[in-house]
Design a protein around this ligand. Structure first.
Ligand SMILES: Cc1cc2nc3c(=O)[nH]c(=O)nc-3n(C[C@H](O)[C@H](O)[C@H](O)COP(=O)(O)OP(=O)(O)OC[C@H]3O[C@@H](n4cnc5c(N)ncnc54)[C@H](O)[C@@H]3O)c2cc1C
Ligand code: FES
Length: 280
């Protein structure tokens, strides 16, 4: 089976949005879930969060950042190209319920997976306060969409080029300090952001949820690649997650495991560039 790319556009430097025709996945998808795709028979499988979906039109939107060989190869594809595999929806859906006021925090490309959750929490009757951030204003994605879907939207940039000069966690802390009753905080972004956010919210005793992105291979609970330690227990992020209680996650272990294949990834990237340059 193959999956046609209906639309592909660049939305920030090295960040791309793709709408992929995948009716079965679109029909079953829920906020918080992800897919695993493969470009062709020789490609590796990579997991990407479902950033949006339309069950009627039968497409799923993914947003990805160029990191290494596969995402760079994916970035070169365009409308009407086809992907060999597009497996999903995988992972447990986010536990979205009416809770009251919820803060949703998205850092960098983590804004993409936060977006469907903002819509889902609002549809469930919550007041949604969104906080999005990036290194600079050019790297901010989905700002208009987040504005439309949220009750309140705050922006932070590391260099101060837009919104608060600093981190999304500073803004979330200010909201907590304002005294407004917050029922839950959801934080999605790079592991270091999620780790810092977990430490920041702990003294407030506010339930904090993170969406983990460990190394994944099969996405079905069989390979053990995505194991993470949560509350001292080993969990598989692909079938037990990807969402977990932030205050129970061993982020140091997660971050060290993410660096496990760095030499191989660098080698793979170098070989890819050599092949591209030679035109083979
Ligand atoms: C559940 C989940 C959801 C994700 N959602 C998104 C998303 O919405 N947008 C996005 O841009 N990225 C997302 N990622 C990360 C994405 O899978 C990696 O960026 C991608 O696999 C990189 O592949 P590469 O060959 O281009 O780079 P590589 O050179 O192979 O890797 C670069 C870095 O990406 C990470 N990575 C590589 N392979 C994997 C893998 N199989 N599983 C997890 N991390 C990996 C590692 O930290 C690595 O150092 C998600 C990861 C997971 C597990
Ligand atoms: S990716 Fe293989 S067990 Fe989760």
């Amino acid at each position: 089976m193959s999956y046609t790319i209906l639309e592909k556009k660049q939305i920030a430097p090295q960040v791309h949005l793709m709408k992929v025709l995948a009716p079965d996945v679109a029909k079953a998808a829920k906020a918080g879930q992800f897919i695993i795709l493969r470009i062709d028979e020789t490609s590796e499988r990579i997991p990407l969060t479902i950033a949006d979906f339309d069950a009627d039109e039968g497409y799923v939107t993914i947003i990805f950042q160029e990191m290494g060989k596969t995402t760079k190869q994916l970035a070169q594809m365009t409308d009407r190209d086809v992907l060999l595999d597009f497996v999903g929806p995988l992972g447990k859906p986010a536990d979205v319920r009416k809770l009251g006021t919820v803060i949703l925090v998205g850092g960098g490309v983590g804004i993409a997976p936060v977006y469907p959750q903002v819509k889902a929490y609002r549809d469930a009757g919550n007041k949604v306060i969104s906080v999005i951030g990036a290194r600079n204003k050019d790297l901010l994605i989905l700002e208009d969409e987040m504005q439309a879907a949220s009750d309140e939207l705050y922006i932070a940039t590391d260099d101060g080029s837009k919104g608060h000069h600093g981190f999304v966690t500073d803004v979330a802390k200010k909201i907590l300090d304002s005294g407004e009753k917050i029922a839950r905080i959801v934080v999605i972004g790079p592991p270091i952001l999620m780790k810092v956010a977990a430490g920041m919210t702990a003294p407030y005793g506010v339930e904090t949820i993170v969406s983990l992105n460990p190394i994944m291979i099969d996405g079905t609970g069989m390979c053990g690649g995505c194991r993470v330690s949560v509350g001292g227990e080993t969990k598989f992020a692909c079938v037990d997650g990807p969402e977990f209680d932030a205050h129970k996650v061993d982020f140091n272990l997660l971050m060290s495991r993410l660096g496990l294949y760095r030499p191989e990834e660098a080698q793979c990237q170098e070989n890819h560039q050599c092949t591209c340059r030679s035109g083979n």
